[in-house]
Design a protein around this ligand. Structure first.
Ligand SMILES: *Cc1c(COP(=O)(O)O)cnc(C)c1O
Length: 425
């Protein structure tokens, strides 16, 4: 007899197209799309090729977790960021798949905002995806690319960036191949020692860049270490840029402030600001307390309750059994876990909103499951919608989840699995 798992593996190997697999699956009489309560999102676990697992996760599967993206919140946060920067324009950072929310959705939400001058990404793949999505404002690629990628991206209008000295020669080659100067952003390294033209050689390199006439500099920027070294970095940046400008070199718009600088370094707002995190409605460390801005979390991590069960006194939960019921209590299982991006450390104090109430995460968060303590009354049912992260309650705000789990708020966003469907709210 052919087992269901073997059948699915064979079907996936035969044809990886979802439509064909769905058609074949229906003949087995059991739908892979709707595991019932007590069923599991791990149905594909152990299936040999990863691809078949992907095929099994149909986008409209009722019990699969999903991410809701709020375009109005993204646009509102962008306007708020510009207001905080005294009305300056934004170079909106949408790297890492729009901080986990989905780069195309995010860029589409940002595009109509007048204050958004363009978007910045770090990989050639993201720049290409953004250009293909029809985003019509300038796209800045703050990462290294090879010559072929550089020519392709520059011909699509993507702005390349100086990563180190060799970028100068590459930009000359690209300009020659295209037969025209290429618009670029000059990245200066003022002490992060990560990427950019070293501040020690920057004066000389800027002269070389200007003399080569291969580029048209649209902007010059740096990144801060985000501590008390920032003042030193800003002095270095100011000295270099002022000397170059005094020598008649056009550096375009100067920018330095990311979300941290937006809140804490007003002296570094310069000609434009370059936030990422704040656009998605989360605050850099310490900024939430300032109440200087009203940001709205622009996404919800959602799932439906898969199972509700009653524990007797002494019953334990999940791997390692670190939760033991002290009295009879109801628990609920959500089919979402750390493989989806919900933090493992959520068990150290996070809560999840189901209906109007929040419930504590208990027991180890596993790859695909999170368990909630419901209490003595059965107040939730399988199928009820849960929000693990979002704007709907103070306890599930991304910053609250980060604080409670003891992790960076960046991880709450950027670790959201790219497998989860993104749905516009
Ligand atoms: C990621 C990044 C930003 C945005 O930082 P946030 O802290 O998310 O606002 C800005 N500039 C550079 C160079 C970056 O890499």
């Amino acid at each position: 007899m052919i087992t269901r798992r073997l059948f699915l593996w064979a079907a996936a190997a035969l044809s990886a197209t979802p439509g064909r697999l769905a058609a074949l699956s229906r003949k087995t009489g059991s739908s892979p799309r709707r595991p019932g309560p007590g069923g599991s999102s791990d149905a594909g676990r152990g299936v040999p090729p990863a691809r078949s697992v992907t095929v099994l996760r149909a986008r409209d599967a009722a019990f699969d977790p999903w991410i809701e993206v709020d375009s109005d919140a993204i646009a509102g946060n962008a306007r708020e960021a510009s207001r905080l920067a005294g009305g300056r324009p934004l170079l909106a950072v949408v790297k890492n798949n729009g901080y986990g929310l989905g780069v195309s959705l995010v860029a589409a939400a940002l595009e109509p905002v007048e204050a958004v001058a363009g978007c910045a990404v770090v990989t050639a793949q993201a720049a290409t995806e953004l250009a293909d999505s029809g985003f019509s404002k300038p796209i800045v690629l703050m990462g290294r690319v090879d010559d072929e990628e550089a020519v392709d991206l520059a011909s699509r209008g993507v702005r390349l960036t100086t990563i180190d000295e060799s970028s100068l020669d590459q930009l000359s080659r690209v300009a020659r191949r295209l037969g025209r100067p290429v618009p670029v952003q000059v990245y200066l390294d003022t002490g992060m020692n990560r990427v950019g033209l070293s501040f020690r050689r920057a004066p000389e390199l800027l002269e070389r860049l200007a003399a080569a006439r291969a580029v048209q500099v649209e902007g010059t920027f740096m990144g801060f270490a985000e501590d008390d070294f920032d003042a030193t970095q800003l002095v270095r940046f100011t000295e270099i840029t002022q000397a170059a400008q005094a020598a008649g070199i056009d550096l375009g718009r100067l920018h330095a402030a990311s979300s941290h600088g937006l809140f804490f370094r007003p002296e570094a707002h310069l000609d434009q600001v370059r936030p990422g995190l704040a656009l998605y409605g989360a605050y850099p460390d310490g900024a939430r307390a300032l109440e200087a801005a009203r940001l709205t979390p622009a996404f919800r991590l959602r799932a439906r309750v898969a199972r509700v069960e009653r524990l007797e006194t002494g019953d334990s939960v999940s791997y390692g059994r670190n939760y033991v019921a002290q009295r009879p209590t109801w628990i609920a299982t959500l089919p979402v876990g750390h493989a989806d991006g919900y933090p493992r450390a959520a068990v150290d104090g996070c809560e999840v909103l189901v209906g109007d109430d929040v419930y504590a995460v208990v027991g180890a968060v596993s790859a695909s499951h999170t368990i909630l303590e419901i209490g003595s009354e059965r107040t939730v049912e399988p199928g009820d919608e849960a929000i693990l992260v979002g704007p709907d309650h103070a306890a599930i705000h991304p910053n609250a989840v980060a604080e409670r789990a003891g992790i960076s708020v960046y991880d709450v966003l950027m670790h959201l699995s790219s497998r989860l469907p993104r749905v516009a709210s």
